[in-house]
Every structure is written in C-alpha cells, then in structure tokens.
Design a protein around this ligand. Structure first.
Ligand code: SAH
Length: 432
C-alpha cells in the first residue's frame, strides 16, 4: 500500500466504547494505549495477559472471558484485533467493515482498515510515525525524533502563547545552569528548555554560543556585566523575570555554572514564587569543579584530597581546613588573591602548597597559571590574571599536566581527556 493512501488523523476516544479482541502482548499494549486516551475499553479473549487481568481486576477495563462473537462490534467506535489467529482477526475486521467501524488488524497489515503509528509524547507534543508498513523502522524514527525533541535540537517552542485554552494565562521561569561556557556542558533538560524559551535572560558567563542558535524572534535580555555595560542589579533581574513570565512568556534565566553555587539562584527562585510565577531550577555543571578539570585538576583525588571547599575569598577562609589535603576552590577570587593566600598561610597552610589558576575555562582563551601559596599572588599580578578565573589550592594541583615537573609526585595520567585543551604555546606558565 502506498503511504499516500493513508489519511493521518487523530481520534478523540475519551469516554467512547472501543473493542480489543485478543489477550496477548499486542492486545495488551493497544488496550493500554486506548485506556491512556480515555476510551472505555472492552477486551474479548478466552485468556488474557497478567497485565490485562490486573487492569480488569482494578475495574479500568471490562474483560469478557470468552471467544469473540460478531455482535461484540455493535456500538463501538473503534476496534483493535490481535488474537494471533489470522482467521479470527479477519472475521473481526470483516464485521467491523460491515458496520463501518474502523478496525486495526494486527495479523494483516495490508488488509487493515486502519494503522496504529509508533507514538511518542514530549511535553504537549505527540509524534506519530507510519513508515511504509515497517513497524521497527517507524519506532526507530519515532525514537530519534523524540530524542531530538528532548535534547532541544528541534524547535519545540510554542508559537501560540498560553491562554485560557492552554490552562494557564501565565508563563514560567526556568533557572537553567548553563555550565562553565562550553556549549556541550549544559544538561539535556537545560538545552531543551532553552529551545522552548520565548525570552532568555542571559549572564556574561555560561554557554553563550547557544544564544546564536536561538530562533530570531526569541528575545535575549543581557543582564551580565559586558565591556562598557554595568551588570543589571539583582532586584532588577528579579523584576524582569517576573514581568516577562506574567506577560505569558516562557522565560529561561540562563546562568553560568550551577544556579545554586554562588549564583543567587535561590533568591531568583524565591522572588518568582512569591510573585506567583512557576519556577523550575535545572542544575548545571559548576565552574568550581569543571574549570579545574579543564586544567586536569580533580578537586578530590585518592591519596591527595578527600574533600574540598568552595568559597569566594579571604573572609570565609577562616572556616576552611588549612591543609594541603583539603582542596580550596576560590570563585570570584582574583582581586583578593593576595589576602586569601595570606589568610591561608596565616592559618598554617605551608607556603609550598601548590596553587593553580584557570582563567576562561573551556573557552578558546583558557589560560593556566601554576605556582605556590607563597608565589601565586606575584605571578598573577605579573601575568595580569583576570576574572573569570577559578583558583585551586591544594595538593591536587600536582596532578595537572600543566604543573611543573618538580611539583609532580606521581604520574596520575589524567591528561588524556583534557589533552585538546592545552594552552597556546606562548601562554606563560610561571613556576616558583
Ligand atoms: N554559579 C557559578 C558561579 C558564579 S560566580 C558556577 O556554579 O560556576 C562567577 C565566578 O565563577 C567567576 O568569577 C569565576 O570565578 C567562576 N567562573 C565561571 N565560569 C568560569 C570559566 N569559564 N572560567 C573560569 N572561571 C569561571
């Protein structure tokens, strides 16, 4: 049968009686699909699967425990026959045809009056695939389309604003952790929400490359500090999120790293909720862990460090264990690096403790500077180290492929995954 001879449509079976003949795996699957669509399902079969029996026992469908008779087709809107016996299926199909009731005949695809496509649902989108009478091919295609929708590779974004018919007059806000900047380090969920956004409220850090892939009519509101522009104050960001959502937009607040790691995500979520706006928070890959990794530095490592602390500067350092085997990660720490190093030294951390600074992690201009607690402030000043940078203090820095050879205490061979990220040949990597 030519695919052109098929007329695709969607049936609304809610509350309507339908008939399933047969009790095996195909009948079970179809009965469940019909129940999901809200149909009133009657199964006719002398024997039925455990799943069908359970549904019947629970009162969700009616099971007539007997052989099929032609009058079973009377008064139903739709018939599925899957008895496993072609002669019976043909009889059911013929009875349905005589009554002008649409029937899917599982044992004779070519003769079947109706076909059941391979179906997937992603959010409020349903995909139904008919593929030239090859069900496995249809399923493979269905799966590929569903995956592409889930990962945000297809334009899932609504073109019609939600209104009374969509159940809500309001839009929503998603606080999406975008990761440290590489477009591959956002979560699948975050990417998908970004693909559905009407408005994106963007930071300076994070996977900015994804902004170029948004549809032209998606509004991008920049709230991060960019050259020549002051950052938008937090209160104003909160206000924008709520106002855009209340105007019916799906808003993605695209943040660098993880929304809840020194990112004020909690405040944004709280403000939205206080103003009646639905919020979803999507975790992200925090720069505190991933940016050191971009320089081959694990924040914990067997034999070197069992734990780590993430802080912003010298004030919190008094709370942190001052030992080379407890890794300290400083975010936003460049301007206070000298005071922070002094605070740790004052707390007893040896001056020879290795320190790594990774600027612009995962970006083309990534630069790694490695020194010691005693030397790092001078080195950073000399090479003009600037934010964004993550500073890592502790013995784990020895593992970095960028560490000078006299720092290395063993070959931990962690270089392979990061080998494409070596700094440019002219990158100054000072040693103490
Ligand atoms: N919520 C974010 C952190 C925000 S604070 C997260 O979880 O990653 C901003 C600081 O993050 C910067 O000052 C810098 O210390 C760090 N940072 C974020 N992205 C970075 C990157 N690509 N390279 C280096 N540092 C980065």
């Amino acid at each position: 049968m030519a695919i052109q001879d098929i007329y695709p449509t969607a049936l609304r079976l809610l509350g309507r009686p339908v008939l399933v003949v047969g009790g095996g795996p195909v009948a079970t699957r179809r009965a469940k699909g019909l129940l999901d669509a809200g149909a009133r399902v009657t199964v006719v079969a002398p024997v039925a699967s455990a799943a069908l029996t359970e549904l019947a026992d629970a009162g969700l469908l009616t099971w007539e425990r007997r052989a099929y008779v032609s009058s079973d087709v009377d008064g139903v809107w739709f018939v599925q026959t899957a008895t496993g016996t072609p002669a019976v299926d043909s009889q059911v199909a013929a009875d349905a045809e005589a009554q002008r009731v649409w029937c899917v005949n599982a044992s004779d695809h070519e003769a079947s009056a109706a076909w059941t496509p391979a179906v997937a649902v992603v959010d409020d989108v349903q995909i139904a695939v008919n593929a030239g009478g090859d069900p496995r091919r249809a399923m493979a295609l269905r799966d590929a389309v569903a995956t592409a929708l889930e990962t945000g590779d297809l334009p899932l974004r609504r073109r019609r604003k939600s209104g009374a018919s969509a159940g809500s007059a309001n839009g929503s806000v998603a606080l999406v952790g975008g990761g440290p900047g590489d477009t591959g380090l956002i979560t699948v969920r975050g990417r998908r929400l970004l693909g559905q956004a009407d408005v994106v409220v963007a930071d300076r850090l994070g996977p900015r490359g994804l902004l170029n892939e948004l549809a032209p009519d998606v509004r991008i509101i920049e709230v991060g500090k960019t050259p020549g522009h002051h950052p938008v104050p937090q209160a104003e960001i909160n206000r924008i999120l709520v106002a855009e959502a209340l105007a019916g937009n799906r808003v993605v607040r695209l943040k660098g790293g993880d929304p809840y790691v020194l990112g004020r995500g909690g405040e944004e979520a709280e403000y939205c909720r206080q103003h009646g706006v639905e919020v979803e928070v999507v975790s992200g890959v925090t720069s505190a862990i991933s940016v050191p990794a971009a320089a081959g530095i694990p924040v914990t490592h067997r034999g070197l460090a069992k734990g780590f602390s993430v802080v912003t500067g010298h004030e919190e350092l008094s709370e942190v264990p001052a030992r080379p085997d407890h890794t300290v990660v400083l975010l936003m720490g460049v301007s206070q690096l000298r005071q922070s190093a002094a605070a740790l030294a004052g707390a007893g951390l040896p001056l020879g403790t290795p320190v790594g600074i990774v600027e612009n992690g995962y970006l083309p201009n990534q630069r790694v500077t490695i020194g010691t607690l005693g030397s790092i402030a001078d080195q950073a000043e000399a090479t003009g180290v600037a934010n964004p940078a993550v500073i890592v203090i502790g013995d784990v820095v020895r593992v970095s492929p960028f560490a000078p050879s006299h720092f290395k205490i063993a070959d931990y061979s962690t270089t392979a995954p990061n080998s494409p990220r070596v700094p440019a040949p002219n990158t100054p990597v000072l040693t103490p």
